[in-house]
Design a protein around this ligand. Sequence first.
Ligand SMILES: C[S@@+](CC[C@H](N)C(=O)[O-])C[C@H]1O[C@@H](n2cnc3c(N)ncnc32)[C@H](O)[C@@H]1O
Length: 393
Amino acid sequence: MPFSDTDKFARLFGESLSAGTFVKATVGNYKGANGQLQKVTARLVSTKKGELVQFVTKFKTREEAKNLPPADAPAILAGLFEEGFRSGHLFTTKSDYQLAISKKGRAKLTRSAPTMSELPDTAHDRKPNTPLDASRKYLHLLGITTPDGKVRDKKQAKFRQIGRFVSILDGLIEEAGLKGTGQIDVADMGSGKGYLTFALYDHLCNALGLAASVKGIEERGDLVDLCSRAASHCGFEGLRFDLGTIADYDAGSPDILIALHACDTATDDAIFKGIIAGSKIIVAAPCCQKELRPQLKYPGGASPLNEFGLLLERETESVTDGIRALLLGHLGYKVRMMEFVSPEHTPKNNLIAAVLEQPPREGPPLEAESVMRHFGIASQKLHSLLRHVLSER
Ligand SMILES: C[S@@+](CC[C@H](N)C(=O)[O-])C[C@H]1O[C@@H](n2cnc3c(N)ncnc32)[C@H](O)[C@@H]1O
């Protein structure tokens, strides 16, 4: 009977739930009609209503989670294959199972030794994992931890921010297909005390096993010296800090360009370098977005809201980062705007995360320009820097 292995896969899923051996299941290789759908993951979560199976459906630009009673879960899983998914992985503490469905609809189930022998933590609202190991030497050399590897009280927020940054980058690197590439080049524009630069280097080399070349570019000589000494103490041979300004530095062609808290239009200079270099990933956490503040207008003149300084500041941030995001989108990047950390830790909290996905769109960046017109903006730095690039196409 066609698809009998599919039924068996769903049954094994149900049995592992009943036997308490279920770890997780994933369903992918979608070939159906919904152009947005990508994959579905199932895991157990503990909720006030008891243990439920959480199905997380990943679409191109968003995720949707649904919690269902375990008894309903096998039928839902089986239905996914009818919708057009062509592969499934079931991980249990006893065995792993892989289901592959051919173009002709023939399903084949294979079994292998378990990848995971321990059950996962099912706490529903658990804290996001920090991939940071507090005992790493660089964290001590940079003043985040004590000599015995404890995070200093005053550095707790910074430690969480570094962990969050590494998690975000890890996801983007996976999405950009850079994990299996062997060699990876990164430029960190305005690297400051180097917390994020070191953490990313350590993650790339020691967690992902990549041969990483990471350069921090910084205009303050004392910080370049401090970070260079720490890198050499740690034996981080592929980590280097160069004295220079973002606008003038020849960054080569990094796969990843980051600019975290580079003030005002230094962020535009950095994003521009990444675009020109064809960087696969550009990540910017802008700050001090002042450039547009005197330009923002209301139809017919200055906005009456401008008398409220705080609101004008926030509006300037949103409009500035919105224009940057739209320009990146025009140039083929898939862009997400997210909060870097909880706003209670820092007001400088927008993170622009862009992954190069497709060729640039034809013609001028109409969306960004319509926002500029709407707000009466005559000139925005990234837009101006890109003008010749856009006109050459
Ligand atoms: C607020 S710190 C952020 C440091 C680090 N990126 C982080 O997020 O932890 C900004 C750093 O960027 C440097 N910087 C600002 N503008 C720069 C420019 N145009 N060229 C090079 N460095 C710059 C400053 O000297 C400072 O060390």
